[in-house]
Design a protein around this ligand. Structure first.
Ligand code: HEM
Length: 464
């Protein structure tokens, strides 16, 4: 007889296990592998990646070592981080659009930028951004409430709200006459860098044009023009003492604490583009997956609803919403917006018992690590309780890496977690989202980030 989940005791109810591509039993041939990498790289993980601490294999990209052992990851990202640079593949894919912003810079240039930019994302500044995040969250909540009874494109809505947050925090005075044009340009840019180009895999020199990349050129030029105009206007406002206090002002005023030197206009622009590119789709996808998981796990949804309903007024403090925050963290465990990170060994090394040849590629894949069968109880099950304050200490630091770790850890980590919690709270306060029965299967597709392969359309119902 079928089990009626609604009438079961909460603890006895089966919890939600999202469906994801099944890991492969064995390595496919080269052609099939490249085809799969281009179509959806997360379909190329092997069963052994989810059980072994280290898997080293020779492949199309030479020797690749996938590390999923927390102690060895700590070694790689912290203890011997100086021996592992961002690899050429990542730079080839991202650098054409991002210039030499913090995400793609290396060596001394990266060090200088990181020192200069770190204070901008201090706890004090991030807390200061809670107000514009609440404004953007309340706005999307109201907008969706007006769509009561209809079906909305959730991925589009979450992208809108994260762009809105970036616009309110980077440029208080607004971006341009047409903010949607910026949104479209960003989407076009990310779409064209999204699929991994086989020419990048094989290290074909950058001067050989990639078709996908050519399509991104107008979008990149559009960014440059809009942002250049804003920088020029803001410099004038700073001279006149009328500049608003936002990320753009902070960037223009930032100084390297060691040398007192500021950033050039070129570096400011590269970092604005970097913050937008690194910060909007990642956070939007985390929110999209969270809404999906909550629509499937009614106990968690009821818990979040109770938590946000208990707050008076329309302003949320992310630290006062532990369950909502746990939902975001658990969502990023199952669907890490950055599903893998890669590094290249500068000199030969050893990771545990494994030899790492000079120049070889090392991968740490949050998608694999977060579902690793030796590190998590019921790794495939959505259980936000793992991240409640009383259980949080049981989660090992190097088993959970949605934001990376070590010197190159995400600079926007607290910013985006605070944003996601506040925006989710506003959405859940006003709306109940349900997945239509005829929706295509909701499974992850890896582009630069991890998104639902067939999009996510959900029915919105205004809550009382
Ligand atoms: C849920 C949202 C986000 C996720 C999951 C995420 C994830 C990550 C990860 C995994 C890295 C490290 C990559 C590596 O080590 O190879 C990273 C780096 C970075 N992130 Fe984020 N990020 C998010 C939001 C943001 C936001 C909102 C911003 C900026 C406003 C941002 C800016 C950056 C920058 C500049 C770097 C490069 C840091 C460096 O190399 O020094 N990210 N992010």
């Amino acid at each position: 007889m079928p089990v009626d989940a609604a009438t079961m005791e909460p603890d006895a109810r089966p919890r939600f296990r999202p469906s994801v591509p099944r890991p492969l039993r064995e390595q496919p041939g080269l052609f099939a592998f490249l085809k799969a990498v281009r179509a959806n790289p997360i379909t190329t993980w092997l069963d052994e990646h989810f059980v072994e601490p280290v898997v080293a294999r020779e492949g199309a990209m030479g020797r690749v070592t996938v590390v999923s052992d927390p102690a060895l990851i700590r070694y790689l990202f912290v203890e011997n981080a100086a021996n592992y640079r961002k690899d050429d593949l990542q730079r080839r894919v991202l650098a054409p659009g991002l210039g030499n912003g913090l995400l793609t810079a290396e060596g001394e240039e990266w060090k200088l930028q990181r020192r200069t930019l770190a204070p901008i994302f201090s706890a004090r500044h991030v807390l200061g951004f809670a107000a514009p995040m609440n404004e953007a969250g309340a706005k999307i909540g109201r907008r969706l409430a007006r769509r009561d009874g209809t079906t909305v494109d959730v991925a589009l809505e979450t992208t809108r709200v994260t762009l809105d947050v970036l616009e309110r925090t980077i440029f208080t005075e607004g971006l341009s006459s047409d903010p949607d044009a910026l949104g479209r340009a960003i989407t076009r840019f990310l779409e064209s860098v999204g699929p991994v180009d086989p020419m990048d895999v094989f290290g074909v020199p950058a001067f050989v044009p990639r078709i996908g990349r050519l399509r991104a050129r107008p979008a990149i030029r559009f960014f440059e023009e809009v942002v250049n105009a804003l920088i020029e206007r803001r410099r004038a406002q700073l001279d006149g003492g009328t500049a608003p206090s936002d990320l753009l002002t902070l960037l223009l005023q930032a100084q390297d604490p060691e040398t007192g030197k500021g950033l050039s206009d070129f570096e400011v622009r590269a970092n604005i583009v970097t913050f937008i590119a690194a910060g909007h789709e990642t956070t939007a996808n985390a929110l999209t997956w969270a809404l999906y998981c909550l629509s499937q796990d009614h106990d968690s949804r009821a818990h979040v609803e109770r938590e946000v309903d208990s707050v008076q007024g329309d302003v949320f403090d992310a630290d006062a919403l532990p369950y909502t925050k746990a939902v975001m963290e658990e969502t990023m465990r199952l669907f890490p917006p950055v599903p893998f990170m890669s590094r290249q060994a500068i000199a030969e090394d050893r990771i545990g018992r494994i030899k790492i040849p000079q120049g070889s590629l090392i991968m740490v894949a949050p998608y694999v690590l977060h579902r690793h069968r030796t590190l998590w109880d019921e790794p495939e099950t959505f259980m936000p309780e793992r991240f409640l304050p009383e259980n949080r200490t049981a989660v090992q630091r190097f088993s959970y890496l949605p934001f990376g770790a070590g010197p190159r850890v995400c600079i926007g980590q607290s910013f985006s977690l605070q944003e996601a919690v506040i925006v989710l709270a506003h959405m859940i306060r006003r709306i109940r989202f349900t997945l239509p029965a005829d929706h295509a299967p909701v499974t992850p597709l890896q582009r630069v980030t991890l998104r639902p392969e067939h999009g996510l359309r959900m029915r919105v119902e205004q809550r009382a």
